[in-house]
Design a protein around this ligand. Sequence first.
Ligand code: IPM
Ligand code: MG
Length: 354
Amino acid sequence: MHRIAVFPGDGIGPEVVREGLKVLRTVSEVAGFKYELEEFPHSSEHYLATDVLLPPDLLQRLRDFSAIYLGAIGDPRLPVGLVERGIILGMRFGLDLYINLRPVKLYSEKFCPLKNKKAEDVDMVIIRENTEGAYSQVGGILRKGTPEEVSVTNMINTRAGVERAIRYAFELCRKQKRGKVTLVDKANAIQAHDLWTRAFAEVGEEYPEIEKDHAYVDAACMWMIKSPEWFEVIVTPNLFGDIITDIGAMIQGGMGVAASANIHPGRVSMFEPIHGSAPKYKGKNVANPIAAIVAIQMMLDYLGEDEAAALIDAALNRLFQTDRIRSLSAGAHKTDEIGAMVVDEVRKSADSVA
Ligand code: IPM
Ligand code: MG
C-alpha cells in the first residue's frame, strides 16, 4: 500500500493535481495496486490564513509516507520566494531530497521550437543537485537598507553532496542504457567547482563503459539549443540545474509537459511539475495538466509500479502520435479534457490487452 501525501498548493496547482490523481486512480485499477491519499492544505492561501508554512512536525510526519505529490506553490501577494523557500525548498532540504531528476523528452517534433529537430534529438535527463549550491540559505544580510548593505549567500559544495549526485547520474545512465554523462559546471570562473571536476573524474572511473563529457554552463545553454542531441545525462549544481531545466522544458514543448522528481533513494520523495502556480490561469480550467500527469508517472516509477508508469507513458505517446493534443499552450485544451483523454487512452490499452 502506497501512502501518498498530496499538496495541491496554489494557483493552477489544485486543477492539475486533480487530473494527475484521476490518472493515478485509473492506472491503479488497471495495474492492480493500492494506495491511499492524504491531502494537505499547506500553500500560500493557507499561510495567509494561518501564518504556517511547513512546520517541523509536519516534515516529520511526511517521512512516514511513500511519496509526496505537489501541484504548485507561489502567490504574488506574498514576499518574493517566501512560500517557495518555506514549502518547496523546505521539503527538499528538510527531507534531504538530494536529487532533482528532470527528464527532457520531446513527445512530438511539432512542439519543438527548434528548427529541424526530431523527437529523438531531444531526449536527455538532467540530474540537478538539490540540497546545496547557491540554494544553501547559508548567509545573511548586514546593514540592511543602507548604502553599505552586504548581502551574502554561500554557494556550498560538499564532497559527499557532490559525489552522491554524480554517482546517481552514472547509475541512472547505466540503468537507462544511455551512453554518456556530461558534467555541467563553471569551474573556469568558480574555483569551488574544482571539487565537481575531481569528483566527476574519480566517480567516473567506476563506470568505464560510460562516456564522460564536460560543458561549462554558458556553453551548455548554447548547445542545448543548437545541438540538444549531444546530451544524454547531465549532472550539475543546484542553480545551474534550475536554469538549464527551464531551457530543457522549452525545447520539449514548454512548461505544460515538464515534470520533476525530488529524490532521496529509499526514502519518501517528492514529485511535482516544473511549472509554477500561474495565478492568471487559476480556476479557469485552461492549464495543461500533462506535466502533473508525468509527475505521477515518475512517482509510480519510483515506487516500483513499473507497469502503471509504462501505461501512462504509452497513453501520452499515443495521444501525441495521433495528433489529438493539438497544442500544449494554456487554453488550447481544457485541463480536464486532457486528463480525460489520458484516462481514456489508459483504459483502451487495458481493454485491448484483456
Ligand atoms: C524549480 C523552481 C524552484 C527552484 C523555485 C520555485 C524555488 O524554479 O523547481 O525549478 O528554483 O528550484
Ligand atoms: Mg526552476
